[in-house]
Design a binder for this molecule. Sequence first.
Ligand SMILES: NC(=O)C1=CN([C@@H]2O[C@H](COP(=O)(O)OP(=O)(O)OC[C@H]3O[C@@H](n4cnc5c(N)ncnc54)[C@H](OP(=O)(O)O)[C@@H]3O)[C@@H](O)[C@H]2O)C=CC1
Ligand SMILES: CC(C)(CO)C(=O)C(=O)O
Length: 318
Amino acid sequence: MPSTAPEPHRTPAPENAAEAAGAHRPWTVAVLGPGGVGGLLAALLSRAGHRVICLAGETTAKALRENGIRVRSEPFGDFTAEVEADTVLREPVDLCVVAVKHTSLDEALERVPAAVLGPDALVLPLLNGVEHTGALRDRYGHDRVAAGVIRVESARVAPGVIEHGSPFADIDLAGGTARPLTEVAAVLEAAGLRARVAESETAILWAKLAFLAPFALLTTRYGTGAGPVRTEHREELLALIEETTAVGRAEGAPLDAARSVAMFDACPAGMRSSMQRDAEAGRPLELDAIGGAVLRAAERHGIAVPTATRLVAEVGAL
Ligand SMILES: NC(=O)C1=CN([C@@H]2O[C@H](COP(=O)(O)OP(=O)(O)OC[C@H]3O[C@@H](n4cnc5c(N)ncnc54)[C@H](OP(=O)(O)O)[C@@H]3O)[C@@H](O)[C@H]2O)C=CC1
Ligand SMILES: CC(C)(CO)C(=O)C(=O)O
């Protein structure tokens, strides 16, 4: 789901990237959940010269300490990055990326004590969904938490082994004042990601969810990639996008259904959702954070969402 026409990623010279970002010094970055998303970011940031501390369970932390993170990626190349790894954060950081699944968020956050984070740390969650930002702010304070979304297709195939499959890896950021978001975006850009600072948290979170909910629900329900969904289930796709767009607009996001449809049509035909991968692997689904969040917002605004309601039930029953 490229936000604009895809361009090839730049692969920065690792030794110069932190400096090129305008950062005066390499940052210390904690990554909670070094999986498909977190592992890719951790490896890219480490390769760019930053100190990266991955936070995970003992087995994964040990694998990362011993073998680093191995990335297979067409745009970024195949490379191995050294990272530190621990089961709990023990020192202040500049940035803490949160990239666990919703289903393990509460448990995982125990690894990041608010008192340890440091006064200037910015917490950047990259989870899908719209409701976690509030929960993070209750724990870490309003200003220390930004809203973030990532558009990427990346999977953890084993602890510390990441396959990045999409030609894009784009991050939108908004809110959070502990650290200027332009600095965070510069650090991410210098590591090779595309990063954009936006005005409105609601706009970025709902722009993603209004697209993602139809994508995740339909790919998971039918067990196919973007291509077959948009040809064989087009009517359902269009109805679902109309519903999620209406809900997002009621929440205050300036959404356009035609844009989401165009984004869907621009996806590689074989592109799959992380929910679909979870379903295939028998892992818990983020159904409540994605589909459930749409239904709850629809109810708040008195909007009928029959297609979303049916698909959430059908995916839940799979
Ligand atoms: N994958 C994708 O392409 C995209 C995903 N997203 C969103 O990003 C978020 C993360 O997804 P994704 O990267 O796919 O998830 P993964 O399942 O690939 O990775 C989750 C990581 O969290 C770790 N983890 C699980 N429980 C805990 C815990 N209690 N404490 C610490 N670490 C824990 C896992 O450890 P272990 O390695 O030991 O299992 C794993 O490394 C989700 O909200 C998803 O919807 C957004 C855009 C695209
Ligand atoms: C749709 C996609 C791949 C885009 O980033 C995604 O967010 C997901 O599958 O969770």
